[in-house]
Design a protein around this ligand. Structure first.
Ligand code: FAD
Length: 451
């Protein structure tokens, strides 16, 4: 059957794609800013999924600088940027809104870790020694609390759909999205006056990954094909872990005096952060391990189990302004698919903060943007070619993921096999038989900085 267009709402409509921390907060803010608006929150699954609500730690840390700590927080964010970039106004927005983000979470009654006297416990974060981060446990309960909040405000929840195209009109404005059903049913077009992309990050593009389940890996491809610019897209956080079970291993804890005594002086600094650094001197340890990876991607250790590198979360995404606006009118981005507030490295707990801060800002700005009028009266756009089929070819995704493990790892050699992988991705982006496959190839090209 041909794809169908859902009935166009006769009043203004904000469409939020993705229901992690960023999407939930965006839908909440949009409905709170303009209660008369229709706000729809789309996610593939009703159950907790993604890195916000289904990560394997069952906990999230959040940077929560108090007003007196704002300047130090901003300085740290800027110092961690290279070789990526940080937009000062976005780092300022994080510092400025952090107290509000924390009180939002407290208002939901989340299970924050506390000291014996009841005060919030504060922790250092990766790359960030000051005790500024707060931590909450029980992500299933957090998901329930967010759902209750958005439902209570009147947000419409649409589960079971995956966005495969953000549409634009002749003037370049975002007009809605084509959604494909995860299981049975027909694709649907949802028209909207504003679209907020909260689609999560690029880690699902990798075979070895420790992101939460239910991510699509489509966010960069969707945003790029909608006309946005990406920033810092190649800087993902990677963790080392045991190849067998993915259990974390901090390279700083390895016996460097035996492995490579000339590098042992980096071990203490390396213990200060779990993700690999792109520009800090202690990356020498990670380079040493990477250079020993075999064709299977494993770095053998004398007398120990082999290590593998796991993609964890992206630090870049669509370039946004302080209100989550992309360069495409009517299209906003927030959370792990937005970039510019973190550089190549980010403070541990920085992503939960940015998902909440830019989720709230994007949702509010989308709801309050001037009414363009008329979109509800226009007919549905043509269904995209080559089709909204969600099943990728059997061999495509494993091949893409294996290639990403090898060629999108930090410091990967710019060799002929990488060039061949990029050439294959380009043909997939142009000619693959499904739109999803094309978008996955484009997402991968964005991470490889080769789109
Ligand atoms: C193990 C682990 C521990 C972490 N710990 C921390 C921490 O302590 N502090 C911190 O700051 N960060 C941490 N992170 C990173 C952080 O959890 C994520 O970066 C953050 O939660 C991302 O939020 P999000 O809302 O942008 O994305 P997600 O929570 O991943 O949500 C994305 C949503 O979009 C949906 N989606 C995806 N594609 C589509 C599509 N095409 N159409 C419709 N919906 C779609 C997904 O199903 C999901 O609902 C951790 C990550 C992991 C994996």
């Amino acid at each position: 059957m041909a794809p169908q267009a859902a009935p166009a709402p006769s009043f203004r409509h904000v469409l939020v794609l993705g229901a992690g921390l960023a999407g939930m907060r965006a839908a909440w803010a949009a409905k709170q800013a303009a209660p008369h608006l229709a706000v729809t929150l789309v996610s593939p699954r009703a159950a907790p999924c993604g890195s916000s609500f289904a990560n394997r730690n069952n906990a999230l840390g959040m940077q929560a600088p108090r007003p007196g700590e704002a300047e130090a927080f901003i300085r740290e964010a800027l110092a961690l940027a290279a070789p990526g970039t940080v937009a000062l106004e976005l780092a300022r927005a994080l510092a400025q809104d952090a107290p509000v983000a924390l009180s939002d979470l407290l208002s939901l009654g989340l299970a924050f870790r506390r000291k014996a006297d009841g005060a919030l416990a504060r922790y250092p974060g990766c790359f960030s020694p000051p005790r500024r981060a707060v931590v909450f446990d029980d992500l299933g309960a957090a998901h329930g609390a967010f759902l209750a909040r958005v439902r209570g405000l009147g947000v419409r929840l649409l589960h079971g759909f995956v966005a495969l195209q953000i549409t634009r009109d002749a003037a370049g404005r975002a007009t809605g999205a084509w959604l494909a059903p995860l299981r049975d049913g027909e694709p649907v077009f949802l028209r909207a006056d504003a679209v907020v992309a909260a689609l999560g990050g690029p880690a699902p593009l990798f075979a070895r990954r420790i992101c939460g389940p239910g991510g699509s890996g489509l966010s960069f491809g969707l945003l790029r094909s909608a006309g946005t610019e990406l920033v810092n897209a190649r800087f993902l956080q990677f963790f080392w872990g045991h190849a067998a079970d993915g259990g974390f291993v901090n390279p700083g804890a390895l016996p460097w005096s035996l492995l490579a005594p000339e590098l042992a002086h980096h071990a203490e600094a390396r213990r200060g952060h779990c993700p690999l650094a792109y520009s800090l001197p202690d990356a020498a340890l990670d380079r040493w391990l990477l250079a020993r990876r075999g064709a299977d991607g494993l770095a053998p250790l004398p007398g120990g189990a082999p290590l593998a590198l796991f993609a964890h979360a992206g630090n870049g995404g669509a370039r946004i302004d302080a209100d989550g606006r992309t360069a495409v009118p009517g299209l906003y981005a927030c959370g792990e698919c937005a970039g510019g507030m973190h550089g190549a490295q980010r403070m541990g707990g920085g992503m939960a903060l940015s998902a909440l801060v830019f989720g709230a800002r994007a949702g509010r700005a989308a709801a309050l943007q001037p009414d363009q009028g008329g979109t509800a009266l226009a007919g549905p756009p043509p269904a995209p070619a080559p089709g909204l089929d969600l099943r990728p070819e059997r061999t495509f995704l494993p091949r893409l993921r294996r290639g990403m493990d090898r060629h999108a790892a930090p410091f990967a050699p710019q060799d002929r096999t990488r060039a061949a992988f990029i050439a294959w991705l380009r043909t997939q982006e142009e000619d693959a038989p499904s739109l999803r496959q094309r978008l996955l190839a484009l997402s991968a090209l964005c991470v490889l900085d080769a789109q």
